[in-house]
Design a protein around this ligand. Sequence first.
Ligand code: ADP
Ligand code: MG
Length: 696
Amino acid sequence: MRPQILFPLFAEVATLKGVGPRTLPLVQKLAGPLVRDVLFLGPVGVIARRHTKAADAIEGEVGIFDVIVDRMIVPGRPGAPLKVRASDDTGFVHLIWFGGSPPHIDRQLPRGERRLVSGKVERFNGEVQIVHPDWIVPLDKGEEIPAIEPVYPATAGLTSRVVRKLAQGALALAPDPAEWQDPAWIEKRRWPGWHAALQALHGPTGEADLSPDSPARERLAYDELLAHQLALARRRRARRITPAPVIRPGALSDALQTALPFTLTGAQGRALEEIRGDLASGEQMGRLLQGDVGSGKTAVAALAMADAAGAGFQAALMAPTEILARQHFQRLGPLLEAAGAPTILLTGRDTPAERRERLGALASGAARIAIGTHALFQDAVRFDRLALAVIDEQHRFGVGERARLQAKGDPRIGGVHLLTMSATPIPRTLELTQYGELEVSRLTEKPPGRTPVATAVLPLARIGEVAGRLKAAVEAGAQAYWICPLVAESEVSDLAAAEERAVALREGLGIEVGLAHGQMPGAEREAVMADFADGRLPVLVATTVVEVGVDVPNATIMVIEHADRFGLAQLHQLRGRVGRGAKTSACILLYGGADGGLGDTARERLETLRRTEDGFEIAEEDFRLRGGGDPLGLRQSGFPAYRFADPVRHRGLMLAAADDARLVLGRDPDLTSERGQAVQVLEALFDWKAGKSGLD
Ligand code: ADP
Ligand code: MG
């Protein structure tokens, strides 16, 4: 399948001239297994050399000296350096080696001969000295010393100079294929062609050429982004050509919509329209519904499920925890039933009799909608006509788990439409890489009537004051979350801190305090959380386990200890647990440890939270402040490792590449046109695979 023109680049690195048995593993480790990988390994620095005289040489510069060799001083004791004294007509140039071999150096620098030597200038007693000169050549080989020399990443046993030779070898093998980028783009950005861009990559003329914003590197970054987006878009297309049941909204959905105690927000309405477009298309839907905590994703999903039920099919809603599944069932079940869709709950805690009855109802089709946990995709579960799978808090499920639920469909009626939901707003650029395979609907607007959460940023030293205010609020009937520090090094100390805090609040304030943490057995933890949800516990001390989905409208206070140790997105999610009812809510971010200090970036991060409650804005800001290092910890969860592209600096390029990929495929789905063919070469060149590339 790989275009022939790329064969030389997909050869093993062992085929490159200069790679021997000793260097092979080093090259493979540094660059990768293929010639292409060496070709894509760009220099990380440049050395600029200048012809100079001993008297004029400036400390720190890299000079080229035209000298006569004077004498060699062989070290008298082990460990002492080997020295060669040389000179030009303005002074001495001392060349120094630690551990050099005298015969070898003697051969390079015969006494009385004229040589060009180059290296970094140091001054010792006013005289020029060069430790380990990097060039020594006779006068007539002077052009071998590059005026500008790229510096490559190197490892022990593999010098930058050797890598440079290999890169030049790879460059010589690089074809000059037909242009795959839009010529208008190329012209507008003043980008070089692909081959010229690679030449420029390996032949920088100064520091500016190393910048990710240099025309050559920018172009290569765009190539890379476009290749990735194309791979994702093709996956999307492959999914879409799987036939799936045609579902149109009907009386059942209308009944549900009328029964809802509110009217949909504009954003909910738009998302629903997008989903309905997919469901009616006859192609399998793969859509992510993204919306901040509390943005009302459930209602949108419920209406889509009602569509499926009304059209004679079944739908399933899967949540990551029992408490969440129950909450969905309690809220949606009666509404769905009343609208005409028999609904069951399936969790790991059903009695055998309940389970038998519910499984029977699903298999016979008597139940139209199933709400549940992981219990939904177990082998014993059979659906009659499953047409829509909704996954709430999708990041809590593995790819395999989502697939297992989807696999419960019946091939005779077609593929199961997939709607996943996420409450983690992520920047658009990351969305494109993480979820590039899915269509995305965003709920950018919250239901009306929410009271903004008053957010305060306070030093930990004022914790006593905060506890005092908490006591007063609890006595007045309020409920509060108290989130304990994340201690990165150990879950144990994480836990100890939460336990200690719970005891301190219980004893110090004389109020009831529950404790929930990640190491409790699931059932025990959910019981505590249920007590809190039902108002039996006024205060819940927790590690970050409350992050997911629970809705306790009466909880109006959120205290977060060591807020500076959390990611912004996580803080935002935690804060989203309050401000869900009519009463005013408060979020108190306590920062600093023993020293009480807070760095500038940390302060700016917490300030962002104080300023806005818009999850998307917070996500973008978090991304910017982290400089793309490991935004939102996504690197482990499938964030692609780009060679040229930097998702922060090339944000605009990424958006353009995503559009471009859609455009190219939209015009020429089978890539048969001239550009289509060229684009296939591009895609093959980068060869995105599943795994760490958002392709799963
Ligand atoms: P999330 O997106 O976090 O899953 P939910 O679906 O749980 O949010 O909705 C949060 C709350 O907002 C629920 O109590 C729900 O009933 C309410 N809600 C949803 N949509 C609207 C709306 N359009 N108008 C008013 N309240 C709404
Ligand atoms: Mg939800």
